[in-house]
Design a protein. Structure first.
Length: 287
């Protein structure tokens, strides 16, 4: 799993089937560049929206068999065009990602969990569905489980990144949850730690863990090396939740990370994922 910039996206590691690596890298490069247009540098929000509109126009061009603009042609759209042609990647899923990046520029708060999950539907779930498309898996149960895993990873990323999103003026903890715990949006933006904020974050982490548990059985549906990578993706996300729990959910004070030292534990948990409940519904003090 890659945790580059601020997202938990699987990339084409050595576990991915070699024949699919170019397509997976093309999808990742497309998403990564679009996210950078929305987040990196010092451009104004208006300029970022214009850049994303140009990026969307290039996507539609290559999907229609036309040449894109020179700006991203070699790095992004040439490999993506090959992947689209070879694997018939669904355009709506790629456009959903752009919808989410544009939304981040105009929407900075969420009222309900349903509203936040709708954002996840476009910001994260398309990645899983595109990978399933490459693997030739398209049944309803698999798609639902993939959506659960991807939404859980996006939520985990939010609860990991309070110290990143606060200074950017973004609040992903839904208002309905904040009100229940008596936490103001400004408390999160100002990174004001408190028992109430920690209780809020603990409940949000439990939500993400339950969602991951709902999707985790998908690891037994994905064949070969790709299935093992998905196991590690799931366990990597869960390990972030373990870290948050171990630090008593003080995510407003520091950002938890997963590193090389966690690899043996992640591998062990991936190997033992037949016992889904013990690997996804972990309670008590994290190791």
């Amino acid at each position: 799993m890659s945790i580059e910039h601020y997202e938990n996206f699987p990339v084409a590691s050595w576990l991915c089937p070699p024949a699919l690596r170019p397509a997976i890298m093309a999808i990742y490069g497309f998403a990564r560049t679009a996210d950078d247009l929305a987040d990196e540098g010092d451009a104004s929000a208006a300029q970022r929206l214009r850049d994303l509109a140009d990026y969307r126009a290039d996507l539609r061009a290559v999907t229609a068999g036309r040449a894109p603009s020179p700006r991203w042609a070699a790095r992004v759209f040439a490999p993506l065009a090959r992947a689209i042609a070879e694997h018939r990647l669904p355009l709506p899923l790629l456009e959903d990602l752009l919808d989410a990046f544009e939304q981040d520029l105009v929407k900075t708060d969420y009222g309900t969990r349903a509203e936040l999950l709708d954002y996840c539907r476009r910001s994260a779930n398309p990645v899983g569905r595109l990978l399933l498309h490459l693997y030739g898996i398209d049944d309803v149960d698999a798609l639902r489980q993939s959506d659960a895993i991807c939404s859980a990873l996006q939520l985990i990323n939010f609860w990991q990144d309070f110290t990143v999103d606060g200074p950017r003026g973004r609040i992903y903890a839904p208002l309905e949850d904040r009100r229940r715990h008596g936490v103001e949006g400004q408390d999160l933006l100002s990174l004001r730690d408190s028992p109430a904020a920690r209780a809020l974050i603990a409940e949000l982490c439990a939500w993400a863990r339950a969602l991951m548990a709902d999707g985790a059985p998908l690891v037994h549906r994905i064949p070969g090396r790709a299935g093992w990578e998905l196991r590690l993706v799931v366990q990597g996300g869960l390990r972030i939740l373990d870290r948050l729990q171990a630090m008593r959910f003080a995510a407003l004070l520091r950002r938890p990370t997963v590193g090389a030292a966690d690899a043996p534990l992640l591998l062990w948990r991936a190997l033992t994922m037949n016992a889904i409940s013990s690997n996804t519904r972990r309670e008590g003090t994290a190791r």
